[in-house]
Design a protein around this ligand. Sequence first.
Ligand code: 5AD
Ligand code: SF4
Length: 469
Amino acid sequence: MHNDKNLHRTYETTLYAQADTAQALHMEPSERAARYYIVSYGCQMNAHDSEKIAGLLESCGYQQADNQDSAHLILFNTCCVREHAEKRVFGNVGALKKRKDEDPSLIIGVCGCMMQQKDVAERLFSRFPFVDFVFGTHSMHQLPQMLRHVLRGERQFLVFESPGEVIEGLPSKRMQGVSASVNVMYGCNNYCSYCIVPYVRGRERSRESGMILDEIAALAKRGYTEIQLLGQNVNSYGKDRGGIPFAQLLQMANDIDGIRRIRFMTSHPKDLSDALIESMTALPHVCDHLHLPVQSGSDRIQALMNRGYTRAYYLGLVEKLKKANPHIELTTDIIVGFPGETDEDYRQTLSLIEEVEFSAAFTFMYSPRAGTSAASMPGQIPAALKKERLLELNALQQRQTQKTNAHYIGTIGEVLVEGCDQRRESLLYGKLSCFKMVYFPGDPSLVGTYQTVYIKSTKSNSLVGELDK
Ligand code: 5AD
Ligand code: SF4
């Protein structure tokens, strides 16, 4: 058993870097704050990490810059889930050399999952000597101390192999509009054979439920009504620490005053219990949406992927979910071109998509990741074939999305207004509980409120409506 006192440590905001920042940039602290810009790649989890990094930088006296060009400090929060993301980071960091030559006071840092791979981090650090500091996902809370050294002219490299304790209480700058993200757990134990996440994010570590609920209550007090619970595998929440299970956490979150919508991701099908399906159905504030990555429709490929379920099991879950809540919309992740994927395996994926009728799918070409078991499997698929499969899959999913969109024509639903269209201020957008995006005319003052909207028509990836009078 873990001892909470040892496992969880509260981070106390470090302000001492503030004076150094102003000094190094030759400005009076009161005169003008140094500005930061974070370039964030990858998943929701990384986007929320960027919010914490922003919170830390603001606790050091920095302010957010409108764009990269006006920033005194640029930080790349990287992702390494697919090769493409990695290439982009090297390209984008490299492109800053000229600017750094012209302005040596510019501070450049690189962090996130990709930097948690020590060999990659070392390669980047030596290839780009103008990068001031690099740190891995497990060292985020040490940013103020690192910055203090950087401002004294020392380069910093901080990549710890092991995640260490869960750090609580990091300040967070909420940048994702009307919905607030809350981590429930970190890491993943699943070792899907294609995936690098367990290597870079470490083993599952659940947060103490009281800490999570306090954070949600504090967000509700600040006016947030929608929260998004985050974890690589939220369905196994609590198992590592013998705490309450996820279904119970949901119920307690549901009862917090002011919370009207709860979303969560990601759910692993193998850990989606009947108790959780029941809670989702019974709790009024849990949304009518579930992201349930299937990855492949073929039993053989699912086994090679080490997913721990079969096609029939997945379809059984879908049936249970739809029976429990006929309004539920499902979204998924799919990989094409996994090693050894035959045309028949791939057809199985297409037929599963038709059978389930996902509302949307995030689709990827398999990308070998060094250190994962799939990277050395026989039968690696040529890039051209992967691409061909992806295009056909996307076209099919597009038709499915349109089919699911069409069900909403003539219905009335509640939309949480997220923002207004950049080009047409009077065009608002926001989501239904089921995660469908709706566009409708209205006054920008409605952003952040719930509105009843009548759905008139559809676009390829969204619905079009009008305020219901
Ligand atoms: N290649 C392609 N897609 C991947 N994903 C994870 N690892 C890989 C990889 N090596 C996809 C999975 C996962 C999503 C976040 O990214 O579909 O669910
Ligand atoms: Fe990666 Fe599988 Fe864990 Fe998801 S469940 S993060 S795909 S290892």
